[in-house]
Design a protein around this ligand. Sequence first.
Ligand code: FES
Length: 189
Amino acid sequence: MRAEGAVGNDKPKSCGSGNTMAAVTNSIFSPELAARFDRLVTLYPLKRSALVPMLLYAQDEIGYVSEAAIQEIATRLDLFDLDVRSVLSYYSMLRTKPAGKYNVQVCTNISCMLRGGYQILDHCKKKLGIGHKQTTPDGQFSLEEVECIGACCWAPAMQVNYDFHEDLTPAKVDTILADYAAGKGKDVK
Ligand code: FES
């Protein structure tokens, strides 16, 4: 996780409609991500279209979308901070506070609900000892109840970071969580 810091930048050169980019001289992001952002903003007719991808990439690198990230992204896209915050608050997959190393998202929407989604959620709560949008004291897991994650055909389903786990049962959840805790989860890096 990178430390937050002030973003050095020039004034925006336009109002988010062109492809010119406000210069960011002291990015809070890694050089690789900063270069990716430099390129990303040139790919869309309207540079504000890069906002959601930028927020996701920022979250992937920092662990959440920090104040400094909001400011830098606003600068890069010639937007007001408020424009960024409006989008940020709309999407439930974006967060402004750190989550656990493994973010467990359990779907309780209709298909999953009918096939035991709430049972899976309750089981995760008991197993991890935390509730919705909480993180275990060791920072290993966080838990969220979420809307449909697009795995309805294999309900009940949950997502851990970017990996899907389907046809869940409490016993299967135990194995999945144990694998992550042991560093053997699907997307363990
Ligand atoms: S309803 Fe749960 S994945 Fe669609």
